[in-house]
Ligand binder design. Structure first.
Ligand SMILES: [Zn+2]
Length: 76
């Protein structure tokens, strides 16, 4: 199960959570303040561990020359 990183929109705290890929963008509660406005942040680990593999088949990355980076995978 991939590790995803989130940033709380209420307190600004960053935290990580192991979630199924299909639930990566589902709402998640902030463990620090209990807020419901956490947004997913693409950590290097998450990009490599999960979506980087998927993004590898594309060549539309405009922010770098790699085939898999945070910019690529955020496009999906
Ligand atoms: Zn919070």
């Amino acid at each position: 199960m991939p590790l995803y990183e989130y940033v709380c929109g209420d307190c600004g705290e960053r935290f990580e959570a192991l979630r199924p890929m299909r639930e990566a963008d589902a709402p998640i509660e902030c463990p620090h303040c209990g807020g419901q406005h956490a947004k997913r942040a693409l950590s290097l680990f998450a990009a490599i561990g999960s979506e980087g593999v998927i993004a590898g088949n594309g060549s539309s990355c405009t922010s770098c020359s790699a085939t898999s980076c945070a910019g690529c995978s955020s496009r999906q």
